[in-house]
Write a protein that binds this ligand. Structure first.
Ligand code: SF4
Length: 253
């Protein structure tokens, strides 16, 4: 038991060290004040609260990313989707995760191997870095909503094909409408270029406000790229600071 507690304490300490390293890499010299005091905002709707929404066959509001009736309806419509070839190779369809009424939404490219296995976006090393980025903003991962342009893993982590995006993106668009975020952060070149219908390099897109479906969108670097190029964390942090400024002190609903 003591060993277990010791392991838990050591893991917590390591997590704190990793978080502080992210802050230091991003050029911060002091720990930011949380944007939201704990309990200052109503918690996300309890996933199991609206039993009426559970009428969708096979899906529940307690399922990952389905925490509201509109989101549940989208998930139910997707079902065991085979609208594009990516469906045939997936282990799990990665719908989304997080606060169903989040003010801030992160959108990535598509699931990788870890996400395909877990059925959750942004797990694994890049996901852990994204979590630290969110926490550096004074938020918790559960305060935001996270999804991808495509919901099934492209083989070998290749970029999704245009036809695959065309089949899947309408569901992302509807998720965005269902969540109703005030700001979307597009993570990486592919997500930013796809959502903005542009071929402009991410190095020129990042740090500049754009719009997706009427919602303000901030492109920034993908956490996987930041793992390979930690010297770029400072720029990503500058982008996130613009987002924090836009959202104001109340980062969550
Ligand atoms: S990627 Fe999207 S459209 Fe293609 S099978 Fe998966 S859920 Fe369906």
């Amino acid at each position: 038991m003591d060993d277990e507690r010791g392991r838990a304490v050591r893991e917590l300490a390591w997590e704190a060290v990793r978080h502080l390293r992210w802050l230091a890499d991003a050029g911060m010299r002091e720990i930011p004040t949380p944007a939201v005091a704990p309990g200052a905002h109503p918690p996300a709707r309890a996933p199991s609260a609206p039993p009426a929404g559970d009428a969708a066959p096979g899906y529940r509001t307690s399922d990952r990313g389905c925490g509201s009736e509109p989101l549940l309806a989208i998930r139910a419509e997707l079902g065991e989707c085979a609208r594009c070839p990516l469906g045939a190779g997936r282990t799990k369809l990665v719908f989304g995760t997080g606060n169903p009424t989040a003010r801030l939404m992160f959108v990535g490219e598509g699931p990788g191997a870890d996400e395909d296995r877990e059925g959750e976006p942004f797990v694994g090393k890049a996901g852990q870095l994204l979590t630290r980025m969110i926490e550096a903003m004074g938020l918790a991962r559960g305060d935001v909503y996270i999804a991808n342009v495509v919901k099934c893993r492209p083989p070998g982590n290749r970029n999704p094909e245009p036809a695959e995006i065309e089949a899947c993106e309408p569901f992302l668009r509807r998720q965005i409408e269902a969540v109703g975020p005030e700001v979307i952060v597009a993570l990486g070149k592919f997500a930013a270029q796809t959502l903005l219908r542009t071929t402009t390099p991410i190095t020129r897109l990042r740090g500049q406000w754009a719009r997706y479906g009427g919602v303000k969108l901030m492109p920034t670097f993908h956490p996987a790229y930041l793992l390979r190029s930690p010297e770029e964390k400072r720029k990503a942090w500058e982008d996130l600071q613009l987002v924090m400024k836009e959202l104001g002190p109340a980062g969550t609903r």
